[in-house]
Design a protein around this ligand. Structure first.
Ligand SMILES: Cc1cc2nc3c(=O)[nH]c(=O)nc-3n(C[C@H](O)[C@H](O)[C@H](O)COP(=O)(O)OP(=O)(O)OC[C@H]3O[C@@H](n4cnc5c(N)ncnc54)[C@H](O)[C@@H]3O)c2cc1C
Length: 343
């Protein structure tokens, strides 16, 4: 176990709920692993037509690839493996209340094929599966039994977790199954809410107080900063005014440390025009890498496409020099599609 990866957060499932939770957590710098394999609700949709941003809908294979790629780009390790169990680290002898100290891993996540991992927090995001959580709390609390005629069925209780995903088990969050899991976009919204809760709780573990720990994940234009707010001292004043009457002494080292981190975080959300353009370019490339080439050709004027290609590639193609064309297109810098896995 000593060589097992030790994560801040293990997310189980990279559907809409898990992807959103993982991305929000990783974007605040948490070390996140996302396990993803097994029964998927999303994979059963014939075509997703009510998810914002896709005018003619999106096939679920492409959306799954995009979600995995987004999680990876946010810094998550995406693990193509099925989680079989999540148990408390240290078992019954872990420490006070039967669990380790707060900065120690609380959970051991055991996948089907790979090595177990430890994690301080676990987010369940598996609409059809909760079995791997059995034993973390009483069965009566986690699972509900329904009668169907002569038969009874047991399934994970959709109301087990609060709306922000928190549960009676310290460090365990449930993004799905939940009351929000019947539509892809509401499942994603629930995942985002849970990811934000995870971020706030990790900050609180690190000495932040609740009012300071809530984070907005925005990317903003530097041009919107007037001269006053371009000055770091103005942010320090803002923080001091907002938290003067808070629970932590403004003259303490703890207050200064949290203020430094909060001001850095707020200021780093502003990007310059060049950075904004580079992000737009990267966004287009990441999408284009996952589109059918025929669709790209059909959607664009041929001259525009030829203009976008360099002359050497066109000449090599016309001459039938496949190796040159392949070498050049591999060097284009776009993100390769990730393996969609067994979903
Ligand atoms: C037939 C059908 C059609 C649908 N059509 C639509 C529609 O048109 N529009 C719409 O909005 N919604 C539709 N839905 C609902 C939509 O699929 C769900 O709302 C959404 O997918 C829920 O997202 P989720 O992330 O909670 O779960 P899921 O989509 O189920 O994602 C869970 C992920 O976790 C993985 N996983 C599961 N168990 C484990 C495990 N033990 N370890 C590791 N990984 C695991 C799965 O492989 C999957 O990738 C449809 C559902 C069905 C069944």
């Amino acid at each position: 176990m000593s060589d097992a990866p030790d994560r801040d957060v293990a997310v189980v499932g990279c559907g809409p709920a898990g992807c959103a939770a993982a991305v929000f957590a990783a974007r605040d710098g948490l070390d996140v692993a996302v396990f993803d394999r097994g029964r998927s609700s999303l994979a059963r949709c014939a075509h997703l037509e009510n998810y914002p941003g896709f005018p003619a809908g999106i096939d679920v294979g492409t959306l799954s690839d995009l979600m995995r790629a987004q999680a990876e780009r946010a810094g998550c390790a995406v693990v193509d493996d099925l989680v079989e169990s999540v148990e408390r680290a240290g078992g019954d002898d872990g420490g006070p209340d039967g669990r380790p100290e707060t900065d120690e891993p609380l959970f051991v996540v055991t996948p089907q094929e790979g090595e177990p991992a430890t994690a301080r927090r676990v987010v369940a995001a598996t609409r059809y599966d909760g079995e791997y959580l059995r034993g973390l709390d009483d069965d009566e609390a986690m699972f509900a039994i329904h009668d169907h005629g002569d038969e009874t069925h047991e399934h994970f209780d959709r109301g087990y977790a609060d709306r922000d995903g928190t549960t009676p088990v310290d460090g365990l969050y449930v993004a799905s199954p939940s009351e929000a899991d019947r539509q892809a976009i509401t499942a994603a919204g629930r995942g985002a809410r849970v990811g934000k809760r995870v971020v706030a709780d990790a900050r609180i573990d690190d000495g932040w107080w609740p009012e300071a720990a809530e984070r907005v994940d925005w990317v903003r234009r530097e041009a919107e900063l007037d001269d006053e707010w371009a000055d770091r001292d103005r942010w320090v004043e803002w923080f001091d005014a907002a938290h003067a009457d808070g629970p932590v002494d403004p003259d303490s080292d703890r207050f200064a440390r949290v203020r430094e981190a909060a001001v850095d975080d707020a200021r780093s959300s502003y990007v310059g025009a060049d950075d904004e353009a580079a992000r737009a370019e990267a966004g287009h490339r990441a999408l284009a890498a996952r589109l059918n080439p025929d669709a790209i050709v059909d959607a664009h004027d041929p001259d525009a496409l030829l203009d976008a290609m360099d002359d050497e590639t066109i000449a090599a193609h016309a001459a039938g020099d496949v190796s040159t064309v392949n070498n050049r297109s591999n060097a284009s810098g776009s993100d390769p599609p990730t393996d969609g896995g067994d979903r």
